[in-house]
Design a protein around this ligand. Structure first.
Ligand code: TYD
Ligand code: MG
Length: 468
């Protein structure tokens, strides 16, 4: 029996349901459900499904899959090669892993194609990636080869042996990739691809899922590293995000405000490295330039101390980084004063203000509170708590904190200041950039202190307030 089966898939979130409806029950999107045809169910192998029967003639049957004892399997070290673009290698966990699939997401125009073209050129020039035919195959589904060539020229890249393929049919792409056997396959973008097996339009969840699945299979079978470019919809999600994120090994997201000259690439998932690792780039007319010392750029040093500004030592992935947290507190004309956080978690800000009231005795119920991380950086860790509260307090009192002060620490609901991971590392980063004092959780101060830095260890919010 090879009856075609169909299912209904939401184009926004990828959720599957047995029947059509006008609104996705999972994500709530309207008019996003589409019918897809599923491949016919594999006919059951004779005997394979029966539990009792399988036990009886186990040794004799050759069609059973082999079982291995975990203890007898030798662990295999993944093969990893640095591309030569250090910030990209950093977010990948130390270079490109053979046979891995990397999804690079981000808004249109943020720099995905630029980064991948630069990376392709670097890989192509790198003898470590030398292959029998070509080291990189760049599949362009959005731009013509002429446009890519123009871009390469503008970026000042040496074209070398870089191979381009302008194609969007996955069957054609895989046939070409099989013949060329490149070490690295770049797909720009996954939303332009289609498989002949499906009738839906390119970019629909069923197409994205099916073509990506075929590319993942290809990567694993041929040990090719595959980069998939994925555009983010205006709601901030990749088309079919659940589907794609689960299928690939590594997910990188481009961050950064469109007006800012910096681009951050964050690893939000990585089977081969640390998550939240951050690669920092500066945008120039000759492409993305690596920033190996991000503290230096995100820190706008004020000549004069400014109220509402606090320097936070955050840690993204494996690297400590200094960023400036700003707050503005102002008398509110509204019955419900505003709380707005940019680059920080909104709910966390509301919670911190409650802690400040309850345990610090300072109420903000008639004040608008705005908080912002300078430079378009997004801080996701709780170590920012104390810096945010001190910035709020500094603005509220209109009293500036010393310019050579750095802060980090988590604030608990009981008003306690909790230690955060890698305290000494953060303190050393602050000292390295010329900071002279630091208000930090008591548990984070190493025994001998940190050279050149006066630490002010605190256990409670009260102590922290008294310290400033
Ligand atoms: P592009 O890489 O095409 O973005 P995406 O592939 O994510 O849609 O970049 C968009 C535009 O910005 C493009 O015209 C090139 C320009 N650009 C620079 O001039 N310098 C840069 O460093 C970057 C990243 C982009
Ligand atoms: Mg592009």
């Amino acid at each position: 029996t090879t009856k075609n089966r169909s299912a209904y898939v939401c184009n926004n979130c990828g959720a599957q349901s047995p029947k059509w409806s006008g609104r996705c029950a999972d994500c709530g999107a309207w008019n996003s459900i589409e019918q897809v045809t599923l491949p016919p169910k594999a006919t059951t192998r004779p005997g394979a499904g029966g539990y009792a029967g399988a036990a009886a003639g186990q040794a004799a049957r050759a069609d059973l899959s082999a079982i291995h004892r975990l203890a007898e399997i030798a662990p295999e070290q993944e093969v990893r090669r640095p591309s030569g673009i250090a910030e990209l290698d950093r977010v990948l966990g130390g270079g490109l892993v053979q046979g891995s699939v990397v999804l690079i997401g981000g808004d249109p125009g943020i720099g995905k194609s630029t980064l991948l073209l630069q990376a392709s050129a670097a890989i192509d020039a790198n003898p470590a990636f030398a292959a029998s035919k070509s080291s990189v195959l760049y599949v362009t589904g959005e731009e013509s080869p002429q446009q890519v060539s123009l871009r390469a020229q503008r970026l000042g890249l040496a074209p070398g042996g870089l191979n381009l393929l302008a194609e969007t049919c996955i069957e054609q792409i895989l046939a070409t990739a099989a013949a060329e056997a490149p070490r690295v396959l770049v797909i720009d973008s996954i939303q332009t691809l289609f498989t002949e097996a499906l009738t839906s339009a390119p970019g629909s969840v069923s197409q994205v899922r099916e073509t990506a699945a075929q590319l993942v299979r290809h990567a694993k079978l041929t040990e090719t590293t595959v980069f998939l470019v994925g555009h983010v919809t205006k709601e901030g999600a990749l088309a079919g995000p659940r589907v794609l994120e689960h299928m690939v090994d590594t997910v990188l997201y481009f961050e950064g405000e469109s007006g800012s000259a910096h681009r951050l690439v964050r690893a939000v998932k990585n089977r081969f490295g640390a998550v939240n690792e951050l690669g920092v780039f500066a945008m120039t007319d000759r492409g993305l330039r690596q920033v190996s010392n991000p503290s230096a750029i995100f820190l706008s040093r004020h000549a004069e101390p400014a109220p509402g500004s606090v320097v936070l030592v955050t840690r993204e992935g494996t690297r400590p980084m200094l960023v400036e947290v700003q707050a503005l507190v102002d008398q509110s004309p509204l019955a419900n004063p505003r709380r707005l956080a940019v680059g920080l978690e909104q709910n966390r800000l509301a919670m911190l203000l409650a802690v400040l009231h309850r345990h610090g005795g300072i109420g903000m119920f008639d004040q608008d509170v705005f908080a912002n991380v300078v430079g378009g950086v997004r801080v996701t860790e709780t170590a920012a708590d104390l810096a945010v509260l001190l910035a709020v307090l500094s603005s509220f009192r209109d009293r500036a904190l010393p310019v050579d002060l750095a802060v980090f620490g988590e604030v608990g609901l009981a008003g306690e200041i909790r230690p955060v991971p890698n305290g000494p590392d953060r303190l050393r980063e602050a000292a390295k950039h010329g900071f002279k004092q630091a208000i930090v959780p008591k548990g984070n101060v190493p025994k001998g202190g940190v050279e050149g830095l006066k630490t002010l260890p605190v256990l409670t919010l009260r102590e922290a307030i008294d310290a400033v």
